[in-house]
Design a protein around this ligand. Structure first.
Ligand code: FES
Length: 110
């Protein structure tokens, strides 16, 4: 089991490669992406107008928000055109252990 900062949020089997799933810890929404077998956790809502990123379209290492089409690189959080340049996606530390996904909701990756 990871250290106490981590919270179990899903089974690895719940996030197949190339998909995104929304999870909540208390009232905070996170998005879990499976990018070629690597689990990435980001904030769950779009920095533009807070649509759920789980409703977006995933293509490789990119997600496109379903609402207005802003795009982000999942593994770095960087915005891609036409997103606003200020709109980086926060990413969070993740541990995958024994088929379970854990997030540290207070540990934003710089
Ligand atoms: S809410 Fe995501 S692009 Fe507008």
């Amino acid at each position: 089991m990871p250290d106490p900062d981590f919270v179990r949020v899903a089974a690895l089997a719940d996030v197949p490669e190339g998909t995104v799933r929304s999870v909540k810890i208390r009232i905070q929404e996170f998005a879990l992406f499976n990018v070629k077998g690597t689990i990435v956790a980001t904030r769950g809502t779009c920095p533009h107008q807070r649509s759920s990123l789980a409703a977006g379209q995933v293509c490789g290492d990119e997600v496109t928000c379903a609402r207005h089409g802003w795009r982000f690189r999942i593994t770095t959080g960087e915005p891609l055109p036409p997103s606003g340049t200020y709109a980086k996606l926060d990413r969070y530390e993740v541990v995958v252990e024994a088929g379970e996904i854990w997030i540290a909701p207070e540990r934003v990756i710089p």
